[in-house]
Design a protein around this ligand. Sequence first.
Ligand code: CO8
Length: 262
Amino acid sequence: MGDAVLLETRDPAVTGSEAVALLTLNRPEAKNALNLELRQALAEAAARLGGDGSVRAIVITGGPEVFAAGADIRLLAEKTAAEVKELALERYWKAMGELPQPVIAAVNGYALGGGCELALMADLLVAGESAQFGLPEVRLGIMPGAGGTQRLVRLAGKARALRLTLTGEIIDARTAEDWGLLSWRVEGDATAFALELAGKLAKGAPKAQRAIKSAILAGADLPIEGALAIERSLFQSLFDTADQKEGMAAFLEKRKPAFKGE
Ligand code: CO8
């Protein structure tokens, strides 16, 4: 994996749980621009974490200064359409999109282009006060290509999605919050908040969390009847889990549940 992405399991003293993984994009000299090495490292880290049942929540960050300044423009500058198709950049996002655990993006500084798209892929988006979001591809003569147009229009609506993508405007954390892109806007650094949040999520019931992610993500783009059927089926399936028995017993016995992911 090299050192393009740093993967750490967090100190339980910080998060309250050792089941939290922190992924840090680590190409500060290029503002974490997503070159192939960084994309590959991200994909490998995501695949590893997705298969590790002991990891219950994942934070992805670019560090305190910048989240990511987008696709590496040096990689794409001379490419033809056929060559970009051949690169199949979408394959590097696949493992990230399939993570069963809750994924939190902690954004400080710029999240632009592909960096913004990566942040929008997360389940929960935490922005620090320095965060800035944009899909400025139009200024380079291209357009977002990793879900940006589609995720943005679903989150913020047509008026704001077209405003951001046609003008290349960059918006601050407060505006991103107004537009519905964020789960939390925090004072100061986003990563500290995200790690604390991940520690809490890591104590939750993993199968219930996974079912909730599936229902919301798969259901959001379906007609309501089909979406409700998915919800109903996932809801019912949770009654065959040990964690449902534990969660309800703990409530009735007035104690904290100890979920095992079973
Ligand atoms: N690609 C390559 N290098 C970059 C990038 C980038 N996206 N962003 C910054 N860098 C490099 C700079 O070239 C510079 O390198 P050097 O020191 O060698 O000159 C270094 O990082 C520092 O950058 P700046 O000096 O520009 O730093 P500033 O603090 O002045 O500005 C900005 C920071 C505002 C982030 C500025 O660098 C910038 O505007 N970057 C480009 C942002 C952008 O246009 N992003 C969109 C890229 S296109 C895209 O993401 C398409 C996604 C499609 C994905 C498809 C997947 C399937």
